[in-house]
Every structure is written in C-alpha cells, then in structure tokens.
Design a binder for this molecule. Structure first.
Ligand code: KIV
Ligand code: NA
Length: 265
C-alpha cells in the first residue's frame, strides 16, 4: 500500500511531529494538497457548505460523500484519506457499518469520521470490530447546529471541559484511532492531546494538538462570508499562488506557528 498508514501517524504523534491535515473535495485540489506535504486529506461534509452552498452540513448525503471521496482518491497517491459520515448516516450500529463500508469500499477512504461523544461508543466499537478505522470528533459538532443554536466555542465551563476529556478517553477506549477537536479552548485541547495516545487534530483548538486541520476554501480565503477567527488567509500572504499558500500552511503547522494566540480560544 503506497498511502500513509495510521501507524505512521501514530509515530508522528509519539515523535512530536505535527500532522498537517486539510480538506479537499476533488481530484485537482487533492493533488495540490498532497504535493504541498499534507499527510491527511479529509473529505469533510463541509462540502455541503463550500461546494453545494447549503446553510449547514445537515443536507449532505452518503452518495455525495462517496462521489467526492472517489474524486479525492483519484487525485492523490500518498495521503491518508478520511471521509465524513454525514448527518444521520450513523444513527445506529448497522446503519453506520453499511454507510462506512460504502465510503471505504466504493469511495476509497481509509478511515471514516463521525461527530459525537460517549453516546457513540457502541457505533465506534461496531465499526472498529469490523476493521473500519474511526476518527471521532468532539467540541463544536456542525451536524448538531440546530441543537447548539449556532457555531460557538465548546467546553468553556469547567464541567463541560471535564466531560469532554472523559468522553475523549471513552472514545479512544472504544477503538477510535484519531480525534478531531473543533472550537475548543486551547488549554483543554492541549490536555486532551496529552492524555490520549491517538493523534488529536485541532481546528480552532490551539497549537498544542498533534496536528491541525482547516477547511481548504477557508485557508484560501475563498469561502463566502466572514472567515472564522481560527482560520487564516494563506493565499493572500502567498501572492495568490495556491500551491505556495498550501505549502505555507504546512510549514506553519510543522513549526507550530499556526495557530497563533489570536487564532485560538
Ligand atoms: O467537514 C469538515 O471539514 C470537518 C473539519 C472542519 C474538521 O469536519
Ligand atoms: Na465534517
């Protein structure tokens, strides 16, 4: 297998080598992203917003995810590919297994990602027992935007922070091989990354995570509307050259200069 493996990513964490992750949704960008040195490409359900123009990720389907995952896989050779399980595609164990199987067997993903805490322990156990690697996702859960009432930082209260750390440990114990933390105070994310042996990838979660992820179109400054505070327009500072912008992002992640103090909570 010519693609990077989970064991490679685990070794990177152990060696304190930062893991650079970006989203991509098509073959052309997947190739640029990989050539710039990104280790992991996430085919995120953020495609609902940045590709489809939806108001949230809620309308994204498994068929959408399979189509974009196939495109990203065709455009890349070495990157480790994670595909998001979209809204309501993993509400029970059987459903999660059949949809994850499609993302892997048909889409070509090496890992699936799902949003949620301890409630998803049985789903993660069911997937991993069948050889499907799982990336968990805590903090701001965009698929739950209608329950959360908006996109806000999560885990600010002491009790919420303790709960998130406990849930992260439960997800690791259930078999999750990676964890994304979204919009979490930097100190809490640092503690979670320290307490877990699996790689913890942050977005809006401070520089102490084992790696960083951004939505590609956010870091190129082409997502319509206001850029999230935790993002940065790497294209503008790179003279408008896409490959250079992505290389700058990778360098900043590797050197630990992204995110800086203003780009975290
Ligand atoms: O869908 C996505 O792009 C994501 C990242 C923001 C982590 O889940
Ligand atoms: Na997502």
């Amino acid at each position: 297998m010519s693609r990077l493996s989970l064991s490679h990513l685990r070794k990177m964490k152990a060696a304190h080598d930062k893991i650079a992750v970006l989203t991509a949704y098509d073959a052309s960008f997947a190739q640029r992203v990989e050539q710039a040195g990104v280790e992991v490409i996430l085919v995120g359900d953020s495609l609902g917003m940045v590709i489809q123009g939806q108001e949230s990720t809620v309308p994204v389907t498994v068929d959408d995810m399979v189509y974009h995952t196939q495109s990203v896989v065709r455009g890349s050779q070495k990157a480790f590919i994670i595909a998001d399980l979209p809204f309501m595609s993993y509400a029970n164990v059987d459903q999660a297994i059949s949809n994850a199987a499609r993302l892997m067997a048909k889409g070509g993903a090496q890992m699936v990602k799902l949003e949620g805490g301890a409630d998803f322990v049985p789903v993660i156990q069911g997937l991993t027992a069948r050889g499907i690697p799982v990336c968990a996702h805590l903090g701001l859960l965009p698929q739950s935007v209608h329950r959360l009432g908006g996109y806000f930082v999560q885990g600010k209260a002491q009790s919420d922070a303790e709960n998130m750390l406990r849930e992260a440990q439960q997800l690791e114990q259930a078999g999750a091989d990676m964890l994304v933390l979204e919009c979490v105070p930097a100190a809490l994310a640092a503690k979670i990354a320290q307490c877990l042996t699996i790689p913890v990838i942050g977005i809006g979660a401070g520089a102490e995570c084992d790696g960083q992820v951004l939505v590609l179109y956010d870091m190129l400054g082409i997502t319509p509307g206001k850029r999230p505070r935790f993002s940065h327009d790497f294209l503008q500072e790179s003279g408008g050259q896409v490959s250079v912008a992505i290389e700058h992002y990778v360098q900043a992640v590797k050197q630990g200069t992204f995110p800086n103090a203003e780009q975290q909570f």
